[in-house]
Design a protein around this ligand. Structure first.
Ligand code: ZN
Length: 220
């Protein structure tokens, strides 16, 4: 079962809640999927049942179509945020980690084409493998974080949060005007370019701030 943990494996005192995801917050990823760049953050939600520990074998619904990885910086919310300012929102960040926003890409394209919501492609059980969370004061400033994903030793995605179209504070504040964020909720802040399909047996290495390294493996 999934629980929020810190980088030393200690369980953090926050319930598991919803995961609010931001789409197209990096220009080059919007371009690679031929999507327009939104004027306001594009949001969707994964339920708590989408969370899975990153270090357990990742079980993917590959029978439903290709499953793509999207590596994203994840923020753990430590305090209730409702209609917050960017400053209040930043103060409420209790931890920073890396998540995979797993996506059934062909199904998402089909749903997009029909103008339907993306949940069947984005919110399935296990669709949000989540790393441990690192306290923000152990990291570079939130808008200067390098992060990357390698699959079987080759570099797939490389990002820096300085390239986001909105700052972390702006994103959290904007979200909190649509949905109250509760302690234990997570915000996924969007993926840089390089999304691609995962295969059974793939070995993943996720790196945060050139300091914290998290490993994962896709189940066969
Ligand atoms: Zn994403």
């Amino acid at each position: 079962m999934y629980q929020h943990v810190d980088q030393e494996g200690f369980v953090l005192p926050y319930a598991t809640g919803k995961v609010v995801c931001v789409g197209r917050s990096y220009r080059e990823h919007a371009a690679e999927l031929n999507n327009p760049v939104p004027e306001q953050p594009l949001l969707f939600i994964k339920p708590a049942t989408s969370l899975a520990p990153l270090d357990a074998p990742l079980v993917l619904p590959r029978e439903l179509g290709p499953v793509h990885h999207e590596v994203e910086v994840a923020l753990l919310v430590g305090r209730r945020l409702c209609k917050a300012t960017a400053e209040q929102a930043l103060d409420a960040v209790a931890g920073v980690g890396l998540a995979l926003d797993l996506t059934l890409r062909a199904l998402q394209d089909e749903l997009k084409g029909k103008g339907q919501p993306w949940e069947r492609a984005k919110a399935f059980d296990g669709s949000c493998p989540m790393s441990p969370f690192v306290a923000p004061d152990l990291l570079s400033p939130l808008q200067q974080l390098d992060f990357s994903l390698t699959v079987n030793g080759s570099n797939r995605q490389q990002g820096n949060t300085g390239l986001m179209m909105w700052s972390m504070g702006e994103l959290l504040a904007d979200i909190s005007h649509s949905f109250t964020l509760m302690p234990g909720d997570i915000v996924l802040t969007g993926t840089p370019k390089g999304v691609a399909e995962l295969q059974g047996g793939d070995e993943l290495v996720l790196t945060l701030d050139n300091k914290f390294v998290f490993e994962a493996k896709v189940a066969n």
